[in-house]
Design a protein around this ligand. Structure first.
Ligand code: MLT
Ligand code: ZN
Length: 458
């Protein structure tokens, strides 16, 4: 596959308009590096089509020119899955940002792939409906990118990941065929589920252009609490109690003192509790009626009153969430992190953490390891600071340890380029062979997002 010949730029301008073909390095720069700053490369062009037909025409031109294409949503990814490695055309879905009316009969709506999660949340406000997935990147992440990576976030324990919200899809294949299954029919067993196949395929099998999304009832009464505990085993005991005693449980998040201190410094925030704790658990309950008593009951006997702060109004709830959601930004400000997003069976989470720091130090003596994540799902974000961006000894140590404990090397961020060579730690040879065969069948020329997700073959 070649890099873009000059003729291709003209041809693409004929499809999308010259204003939407970017070649000037100053204009393409924002599309070339992912959010970690660790992954990326120069794009030969950035193209911004305005609809599925234009996406199909762009793809056809790139296939004919044998130039690879990297589909990109909000470029808020953390594994290098949505940025070029060098010479590809970046196909930005940002202009496909429509938000359809809520179909109240079905509890669904149709959105363009380039609409952001935050825009969807504002669109739904006051409708009585909400979207089941939420995360800190809401103002940048697009719904198409979230489906392509099967994004998770804070409410997976209640509503499932992105996969569970996708009721239909429009996508363009490498053949330029547009597949459209947007009726939102609840039951549909007419053969293989191609939209389901594209969820989590990270732009390697097709380009998602629109989605039919399932909605959940908006829950007007929300309470958030931040509790300090002595260690992760105490956090897990709290989670255990919360799951049984609080059916309104909406999120259970974890962070440690070291990460909190970075957030406090970066955002100039006060310490959230009267005294410091090694481990913090952020809990949210949401229901039709005020869930405060239910939450207080669930905390009782496990966390003493002095060790928890509770917020019921929007501003104080947001203030508590900031301690958790600003972790990514605060860590990025310290240097280029190695971000390992892993999922452990809950029973293995504490034994994994017992070994983690020593294993990372063994692989990378300079490393500083900061862990936070979505406790309710066993999903930890292991952030390693110190090793050079190209030195992946610590990455390998974390992913191998994860596999030893029966976990998955990617929980919600995807595989991208960051973890492609370790896919075998979470998928057997038979499964990887099937993935490669599907890739060859759908994209025989290898034009769609090459080098991502599947392990290198040489
Ligand atoms: C989060 O949970 O904050 C996001 O997944 C981003 C991150 O891993 O930092
Ligand atoms: Zn996360």
């Amino acid at each position: 596959v070649d890099s873009a010949p000059p003729r291709l730029a003209q041809e693409l301008a004929g499809v999308v308009g010259a204003a939407h073909v970017l070649a000037d390095p100053e204009l393409t720069a924002g599309y070339e590096t992912d959010l970690t700053g660790r992954f990326g490369g120069p794009a030969s062009l950035v193209v911004r089509p305005g609809g599925a037909a234009e996406v199909a025409a762009v793809l056809a031109a790139c296939v004919a020119a044998r130039v690879p294409v990297v589909p990109q949503g909000g470029n808020s990814g953390l594994v290098g899955g949505g940025v070029p490695t060098g010479g590809e055309v970046v196909l930005s879905l940002a202009r496909l940002d429509s938000l359809g009316p809520v179909d109240t009969a079905a509890g669904q709506l149709t959105v363009g792939a380039g609409a952001t999660l935050g825009a969807l949340q504002r669109h739904l406000s006051g409708s009585g409906w909400a979207f089941g997935v939420d995360h800190g990147g809401r103002e940048v992440a697009t719904l198409g990118g979230m489906a392509a990576t099967n994004a998770g976030g804070a409410n997976v324990l209640r509503h499932g990941s992105m996969r569970a919200q996708v009721a239909g899809m429009e996508a363009v294949l490498a053949s330029s065929d547009v597949i459209r299954r947007m009726s939102g029919a609840i039951k549909d067993n007419a053969g293989l589920d191609l939209p389901g196949l594209l969820v989590g395929s990270e732009g390697t099998l097709g380009i998602i252009t629109a989605l039919r999304l399932r909605l959940v009832p908006a829950l007007p009464a929300t309470v958030t609490a931040l509790a300090g505990v002595e260690d992760v085993r105490a956090a897990l005991a709290l989670l255990d109690q919360l799951r049984r005693a609080a059916p309104s449980l909406h999120a259970v998040e974890l962070f440690h003192r070291d990460g909190l201190e970075l957030v406090i410094r970066r955002r100039r925030l006060p310490d959230p509790l009267p005294r410091p704790f090694p481990v913090y658990v952020l809990i949210e309950c949401a229901a039709r009626q005020d869930p405060l008593d239910e939450l207080a009951g669930a905390l009782g006997g496990v966390v003493s009153e002095d060790d928890v702060v509770v917020a019921a109004d929007t501003a104080s709830r947001r203030a508590l969430w900031e301690y958790r959601e600003a972790h990514n930004e605060a860590i990025n400000a310290e240097g280029i992190p190695h971000k390992l997003d892993v999922c452990l069976p809950l029973g293995e989470l504490a034994p994994f953490l017992d070994e983690l720091h020593a294993r990372v130090r063994e692989a990378a003596p300079v490393a500083r390891t900061i862990v936070y994540g979505h406790l309710g799902d066993g999903n930890l974000h292991v952030n390693v600071l110190g090793p050079a961006p190209g030195d992946d000894a610590a990455d390998e140590a974390v992913l191998r340890l994860t596999a030893e404990h029966g976990g998955s090397i990617s929980a919600e961020h995807g595989i991208g380029v960051a973890k492609a060579r370790w896919l075998h730690l979470s998928r057997g040879p038979g499964e990887i062979a099937v993935m490669a065969a599907i890739k060859r069948a759908l994209d025989p020329a290898g034009v769609l997002n090459p080098g991502k997700l599947l392990p290198p073959t040489d």
